[in-house]
Design a protein around this ligand. Structure first.
Ligand code: GTP
Ligand code: MG
Length: 440
């Protein structure tokens, strides 16, 4: 199925970016704002951006998304700038893409396809590769027809490689029969992928269940905010750090000792952008499971970015889609060693007065972070009744040193101890007396 990925590659291609904004939808957007995220994404994918085109719309044109007159104007711009590909910031239907490709005479990609393309390039682990391939096939599948018709109308069948360069597949014949065979193969591959991913999901769930007694913290944030750098600074995870979007596509979990005797599990995972493709979020279910199951989220913000607010909003939106927006969260203003625009930084601080300014790179304020997290961990106190053998000195002495409001009741050879514990102390008690804990 490698060919499907190749078809959507934008590496080294000359790209024209298009953003369509519905009137009244977003009043304060200026030209750079509208396309800044798409620009970063397209550059990440390796494209060379040769032009940008912003279109204010009263309504979406069902056939071509933007108005048909505007589409013709865009076609002239693409010719003038010798563009190879037009990338829309909006998601387009297969029919719209087909129509636009007719008018523009080059390959047209939408936002989701671009993000999927970047994910495909970055995927390193077996799990991530399967997840991206599934998302890509599911998104691309209904568009396969257009790949073929595109060849017929634009490049004239066999020997593709001119404008749009739908790479290589022209040599395989474009008949209906071929299309049928392709569809069947795609369907078969989708079922295979779903089976493999379901098996991984199951394994992952067991793994997470096994961590039930630990306090779980998940790093979340916009891509490139510095989550992996922070993970490395706090634990011995040695995760991959790079100044690029979506450097991390899997989840790494490590123990983090926030204070003497206080151990939590810290997870680093895939970064977010606004409007993450639905198929991608669905296929990355196992990867995002750690976030969904976390007791506390650390929202890592790149406070040195001019777009810190927009990025925070995007992350909050994705968290909402994951059903995580009600979770306990602490905001970290990262890269505070590198603040260029004081005004943005100050206003983020005003909006999030409890946020901690840190630098994952220099280690600034990481001790304060550890202290605050420790307080949170200890804050979640639980009342339990533990039954112990009177000869079990270890358990009794542990409870007497760490627990609060202790009440003991002796009966025969056993003692029942009621006590108030922090999450982390509970972990230790569970180790010492796994069978004998009652929650009050
Ligand atoms: N100046 C400065 N740079 C930082 C800091 N933290 C991270 N960086 C840089 O920011 C870039 C991205 O860091 P990562 O840790 O890979 O970011 P991430 O959030 O894991 O990104 P993805 O995995 O792509 O979502 C790297 O070039 C880091 O060196 C910081 O506190 N200060
Ligand atoms: Mg990362």
């Amino acid at each position: 199925m490698e060919k499907v990925r190749d078809q959507l590659k934008v590496q080294q291609e000359r790209a024209v970016l298009v953003g369509a904004v519905l009137r009244g939808e977003n009043k304060n957007t200026n030209q750079t704002d509208v396309l800044s995220e798409l620009t970063a994404l397209a550059e990440s994918a390796g494209a060379v951006i040769v032009d940008r085109f912003i279109q204010k719309l009263n309504r979406i044109n069902p056939a071509t998304y933007i108005g048909s007159g505007k589409a013709k104007m865009l076609a002239d711009r693409v010719k003038l700038k010798e563009g190879d590909v037009v990338i829309f910031d909006n998601d387009l239907s297969p029919a719209q893409i087909r129509e636009l490709e007719k008018i523009l005479e080059v390959k047209v990609l939408d936002r989701s396809e671009l993000i999927l393309d970047i994910f495909a390039t970055r995927a390193q682990t077996h799990q991530a590769k399967l997840q991206v391939e599934l998302a890509q096939l599911e998104y691309t599948y209904p568009r396969l027809t257009r790949m073929w018709s595109h060849l017929d109308t634009v490049t004239g069948g066999a020997g593709a490689g001119g404008a749009g360069a739908v790479g290589g597949i022209g040599t395989r014949g474009t008949g209906e029969k071929q299309l049928e065979i392709d569809r069947r193969l795609v369907n078969k591959r989708i079922s295979e992928l779903k089976r493999s991913i379901a098996a991984i999901d199951k394994r992952k769930m067991r793994e997470i269940d096994g961590r039930g007694e630990f306090f779980k913290i998940s790093l979340v944030g916009y891509t490139n905010a510095g989550k992996s750098t922070l993970m490395n600074a706090l634990t011995d995870a040695h995760v991959y750090v790079e100044d690029q979007l979506f450097a991390t596509l899997d989840t790494r979990t490590r123990k983090w000792e926030t204070a003497s005797g206080v151990e939590v599990l810290l997870s680093d995972t895939v970064g977010f952008v606004s409007k993450l493709p639905h198929h991608l979020v669905a296929s990355f279910k196992a990867t995002l499971e750690e976030t969904v199951n976390a007791d506390l989220l650390l929202h890592v913000v790149d406070a040195s970015s001019e777009e810190a607010f927009e990025q925070i909003k995007s992350v909050e939106q994705v968290l909402k889609e994951l059903g995580c927006d009600q979770k306990e969260m602490m905001v970290l203003l990262n890269k505070s060693d590198n603040i260029a625009n004081r005004a943005v930084f100050d206003s983020v601080q005003t909006v999030f007065p409890d946020a901690i300014s840190v630098s994952a790179k220099t280690g600034l304020n990481l001790d304060e972070l550890a202290k605050t997290v420790t307080e949170r961990v200890r804050g979640g106190r639980i009342r339990v009744r533990v039954t112990a053998d009177i000869t079990d000195g270890k358990l009794q002495s542990y409870l007497k040193t760490v627990a609060k409001d202790i009440q003991e009741e002796y009966e025969g050879n056993t003692v029942q101890i009621e006590a108030t514990l922090g999450q982390n102390q509970l972990t230790q008690v569970k180790r010492l007396a796994p069978q004998n804990i009652e929650y009050l």
